[in-house]
Write a protein that binds this ligand. Structure first.
Ligand code: MN9
Ligand code: PYR
Length: 308
């Protein structure tokens, strides 16, 4: 891992491999790391988040997964970010201390979502109590209002945040409100925060407004294609960049209509990578055979540009 390097480009939100009987399967993580680096050209991971079913795992499992990712990623990955958010503050603090102790390159926290913070000060207080347990580890806020129900605008949250949380380093922004994202970027130019977008199907729009990169589930299997989109955008060859976004969007639009969530993501990564990611944990249920057949046919049917 490369400490101090600003987080940018693509970050894969990893799934948690499970055995058919529902235990976490640490044994495939070494291969998973190799696959991401060599097949997808993705060198950053976000572990135990939404895609990783982090909130469906117990503390012990979350620690074991964090350790395995840091250990396997040490030589091969640039950043291993561990999501340590939890409903219970002491649990979240324990996970933050653990992530620091094992040498994670960053930690992220989503807003607690059963009893919810109702304003910026309450949310900041919670985040501060977690971040301060890992005083040498870059801290990211994970904004995902569609799942947490916490709709406090990030623009508002960021005002003065460095004073409260000196390790604050950026935001994983999983919302479609690009006005909020734009204001965050515009108002925090001096801070060197990383803004990582989390709605993969519209990443290009976020790049246009200044996002530094992206964290998402689809970079597990569309990472290489999305990297070509980033290159086209940087060139800039907007027509080519749009072509990539249209095509990744064509796949996502198709699977979203079939019903697309973490279970289906696990199935897609399994057939693309050949690594068995296993079933999800209840209340999620495994993707159907019919979904797998249709999704695979769709992905195979897409004709990608040459990329140069
Ligand atoms: C709600 C959710 O899981 N969002 C993911 C990350 O934030 C995305 O990567 C989506 O899985 C992706 O954009 C496909 O809809
Ligand atoms: C998508 C994402 O970042 C997550 O799974 O947490």
């Amino acid at each position: 891992m490369t400490p101090g390097k600003k987080l940018e480009g693509l970050v894969a939100a990893t799934v948690t491999p499970m055995t058919p009987d529902g235990q976490i399967n640490l044994s495939v993580i070494r291969k998973y790391v190799e696959y991401l680096v060599s097949e997808q050209n993705v060198k950053n991971v976000f572990v135990n988040g939404t895609t990783g079913e982090g909130l469906s795992l117990n503390i012990q499992e979350r620690k074991q997964l964090a350790e395995e990712w840091v250990c396997q990623g040490k030589e091969k990955l640039d950043h291993v970010i561990i999501h340590v958010g939890a409903l219970s503050l002491p649990e979240s603090q324990e996970l933050a201390r653990h992530a620091a102790a094992i040498g994670a390159s960053g930690i992220a926290v989503m807003a607690p979502f059963f009893f919810k913070p109702t304003n910026k000060d309450e949310l900041t207080a919670f985040l501060q109590k977690v971040a301060s347990e890992a005083p040498a580890v870059p801290f990211y806020y994970y904004h995902i209002p569609s799942l947490t129900g916490v709709k406090i605008r990030v623009e508002e949250l960021l005002g003065g945040i460095k004073e409260q949380i000196p390790t604050f380093q950026g935001v994983k922004f999983s919302d479609t409100d690009l006005l909020d994202l734009a204001q965050c970027i515009n108002k925090n130019e001096r801070e060197q925060f990383a803004f990582l977008y989390g709605v993969d199907e519209q990443l290009l729009s976020a790049l246009a407004i200044g996002a530094d990169g992206a964290v998402g589930s689809t970079y597990n299997y569309l990472g290489q294609k999305t990297n070509l989109m980033l290159q086209a955008f940087a060139k800039p060859d907007l027509a080519l960049a749009r072509k990539y976004q249209f095509l990744t969007g064509e796949f996502l639009n198709f699977v979203i209509k079939l019903g697309f969530g973490v279970a289906q993501t696990k199935a897609v990564i399994t057939f693309v990578s050949g690594i068995p990611m296993g079933p999800p944990r209840l209340p999620l249920v495994a993707a159907s055979e019919e979904f797998i057949v249709k999704a695979k046919a769709k992905l195979d049917s897409i004709v990608w540009p040459d990329g140069d």
